[in-house]
Design a protein around this ligand. Structure first.
Ligand code: 523
Length: 130
């Protein structure tokens, strides 16, 4: 049996806030907010995938930290959340991937309209932000 497809999500923290990105697709997820990321490609580590996705989707370099939260079952396989910090450059939304970005403080995390899987890590994000 093939291993479950791993999707990484990035808890990108800067100045005590975490970055949320508004999805444009698929229709079921469009308009909802996620921790940016995507599928881990063959031969790639999870940390490498986080770096690549942040470069592709946000145009920024990041340094990957630790894994937080528990693995989450999603339709695509399993979602794993990694912390990261900015290495340089402010994130910018790439039109095809995200309709907008926002930096979310601890007290605002629970009120964000997250995609289902990401909603499950709200408590972990609040703890991460202190
Ligand atoms: N999620 C999800 N939360 C979250 C991410 C990054 C992804 O629930 N924070 C889900 C959404 C999709 C699947 O994981 O069902 C793949 O994420 P996606 O579409 O961002 O991954 P990509 O960019 O690798 O996908 P394709 O370009 O479509 O292959």
């Amino acid at each position: 049996m093939a291993a479950a497809q791993v999707v990484v999500a990035t808890a990108l923290v800067h100045d005590g806030r975490v970055l949320a990105a508004r999805r444009t697709r698929p229709p079921a997820l469009a308009g909802l907010w996620e921790l940016p990321g995507g599928r881990v490609e063959a031969g790639e580590s999870e940390a490498e995938a986080v770096v690549r996705e942040c470069r592709e989707e946000l145009g920024t370099a990041v340094v990957v930290g630790e894994r937080i939260a528990t693995d989450l079952r999603i339709d695509a396989g399993v979602l794993r959340v990694h912390t990261a910090r900015l290495a340089d450059g402010a994130p910018q939304p790439r039109a095809l991937e995200h309709a907008g970005l926002r930096w979310v403080a601890a007290g605002e995390v629970a009120a964000v309209d997250w995609v289902g899987a990401d909603r499950a890590v709200v408590a972990d994000l609040v703890a991460l932000l202190g």
